[in-house]
Write a protein that binds this ligand. Sequence first.
Ligand code: HEM
Length: 126
Amino acid sequence: MTHMHITAWVVGLILLLVSYAMYKTGNKSGKILHMILRLVYLLIIITGFLLFINNTGVYTNSAGILGEVIVKMIAGIWVIGAMEMVLSKISKAKPAKSAWIQLIVALLIVLVLGFGRLPFGVQFMG
Ligand code: HEM
């Protein structure tokens, strides 16, 4: 499940960048990729919740970890919200700076918690 979760959000970030570039250059396929990206959001959320549900025992038994995983999940939803904000701004040719800043902040929180602190999957940030 961790690998599916990671695959889902990596695919999501790639789709975000490609549809962003397409919207910027006026390519009509940006809209289609944006729609596919919305399905990928669902996959990210479902795999994330499954990871949580399958491992609630681990989270509730280790002091402090439950709080961190809850913050991780909220920040994960925030990442998705910020991705959607970036694309909705850019599709209307509006400045997307504040959406990008949110995306980067939320992504940093999620990566540090996911790779650095929480127990499952790869742990390459210490
Ligand atoms: C684009 C948004 C998201 C990104 C970039 C992201 C990223 C990550 C990363 C890097 C990990 C750690 C994987 C590993 O250690 O190998 C992870 C694990 C996890 N994610 Fe997400 N995630 C996102 C959205 C979500 C959402 C929306 C939820 C819940 C609703 C969620 C729940 C979880 C859970 C429960 C884990 C397991 C943590 C553990 O190792 O104990 N994620 N995610």
